[in-house]
Design a protein around this ligand. Structure first.
Ligand code: DGL
Length: 264
C-alpha cells in the first residue's frame, strides 16, 4: 500500500459525499475515488443479499483501483454487509460509518439517543447493538425514515416537501425526550439544519462525518499511510448519471472533478 494512493469511498448515491467532503476538509493531501451506485439506489429497502452483492462489487472495484483504504460511507451497507466487505477488501483497511459513531455516543453524556436511518439499517439494529454492548445504560430509540433519501436525491432539500416529511417523522412520540440524535444515513447531514429546526434546537445532532473521518485519520496514521502529495485528485464514478449528484459533487469538490459512468 502506498501513501499517495487514493482513499476509496462509496455509497448508493450522494450521501457518501458528506463523508468525502469531510475527508477533503481534514485531509487536504488525500486523493479520493468515490463510487456512487445511483443505478441501484436506494439500498435502504433492498434485502441483505442484494445490498451485499452491490457492496462487494464496489469494494472489489475500489481494490482494483489500488485504494489504500476503503470508507464504507453508507450505513445500510455497513449494517448489512460489513463482514463481506472486509473479506472482499482483503488487506486494505476498511472504515465503516457505524462503529466509530457508536463508540463515541456510548462514552459521551447521553441518556436517551434517537436514531433515524433507512429501513434496512433500523431492522439490523446495528447501532443499538453496538452502543448497548459498550454502555447498556443508554436508551436508543430507532425510527426508519425511508422517504428522506429519495427527497434528498431528487433535490427537494429545503422545500415544503422535506419540511413536511421531517416534521412528520420527528414528531414520533418516543423522540419526545431524547437528548441527541444520530443521523444513521449518510444522506441526512444534507438536511441537518432542517432537522435541527424541527427539534427547535433542543436535540444535539451527532456529527457522524467528523467522527468517521477522525477514525480514518487514526487508521492511516497507525499504518503510516497519510499522504503527502500537494496535488490530490478527486475521481467520481457513478453507475448512473444524475444531475443532483453532479451538481452536489461539483459544489463540494470544484468544477474540474473527473466524473465517469461505470456500471459494475
Ligand atoms: N446513504 C445510505 C446510508 O447511509 C443509503 C441510502 C439508501 O440508498 O437507501 O444508509
Amino acid at each position: 500500500m502506498k501513501k499517495n494512493s487514493p482513499i476509496g469511498v462509496f455509497d448508493s448515491g450522494v450521501g457518501g459525499l458528506t463523508v468525502a467532503k469531510e475527508i477533503k476538509r481534514l485531509l487536504p493531501n488525500e486523493s479520493i475515488i468515490y463510487f456512487g451506485d445511483t443505478e441501484h439506489l436506494p439500498y435502504g429497502d433492498k434485502s441483505k443479499e442484494t445490498i451485499t452483492k452491490y457492496s462487494v462489487k464496489i469494494t472489489r472495484f475500489l481494490a482494483k483501483c489500488k485504494c489504500k483504504a476503503i470508507v464504507v460511507a453508507c450505513n445500510t451497507a455497513t449494517s448489512n454487509s460489513i463482514d463481506e466487505i472486509k473479506t472482499a477488501a482483503g488487506k486494505i483497511p476498511v472504515i465503516d460509518v457505524i462503529s466509530p459513531v457508536a463508540k463515541k455516543v456510548a462514552f459521551e453524556l447521553h441518556q436517551k439517543v434517537g436514531l433515524i436511518a433507512t429501513k434496512a439499517t433500523v431492522e439490523s439494529h446495528a447501532y443499538k447493538k453496538s452502543i448497548k454492548k459498550l454502555n447498556k445504560h443508554i436508551k436508543v430509540v430507532e425510527l426508519a425514515t425511508p422517504l428522506l433519501v429519495p427527497i434528498i436525491e431528487e433535490g427537494f432539500r429545503n422545500t415544503p416537501v422535506s419540511k413536511s416529511a421531517i416534521d412528520t417523522y420527528l414528531s414520533y412520540k418516543k423522540f419526545e425526550d431524547i437528548d441527541s440524535i444520530i443521523l444513521g444515513c449518510t444522506h441526512y447531514p444534507l438536511i441537518q439544519k432542517e432537522i435541527e429546526i424541527a427539534f427547535k434546537g433542543k436535540v444535539k445532532v451527532v456529527n457522524s462525518p467528523l467522527i468517521v473521518v477522525n477514525e480514518l485519520i487514526q487508521r492511516l496514521e497507525n499504518e503510516n499511510l497519510l499522504a503527502d502529495t500537494a496535488e490530490p485528485e478527486y475521481r467520481f464514478y457513478l453507475s448512473d448519471y444524475t444531475d443532483n449528484f453532479i451538481s452536489l459533487a461539483r459544489s463540494f469538490f470544484g468544477k474540474s472533478i473527473s466524473l465517469e459512468k461505470k456500471s459494475l
